[in-house]
Design a binder for this molecule. Sequence first.
Ligand SMILES: [Fe+2]
Length: 172
Amino acid sequence: MAESERVRERERPPLGDNPYERIMRQRKELAERNLTGPVVVRREDREWFQARQGKLLFYLDPVTFKDTPLQHWRVFLHDIKTRSGKHRHQGGLVIYVITGKGYSMVDGERIDWQAGDLLLLPIKPGGVEHQHFNLQPGSDCRWIAFSYMPFFDHVASEFTQTENSPLFKPES
Ligand SMILES: [Fe+2]
């Protein structure tokens, strides 16, 4: 075998494609992303959208943004115009109120909050049904949620939409 062929073989060992090699590649990509991924997620790189639950903007979300470090976090803004949709999922996440004044109905109980407050959704068997309201419609009312996905998965959280945001228009 010529020397150049031996070198080529050493450079490209035939590792093949199997579950073990896929895990090795996935761990390498994860380390790469954590080393070189964006340290600042710019507001202008993200978009507002109208969802069934409300007007939302996601900074981090492992389902949609796979190029960021911290793939275990979902972090999003919610802009409440009058009221949000209503849904049920497990608690254990935190919501920081950025601006405005409002309240949330949490399993039928009214919880008031305003800018600067931190709202904690409880962990309960079957999850927590909740809906958010702006007490001063016409004025900004925004919060940001921080949800740690492994925790969310470990408590077997499901999502059920029980009422749509009044601003949501289903695609026909
Ligand atoms: Fe929620």
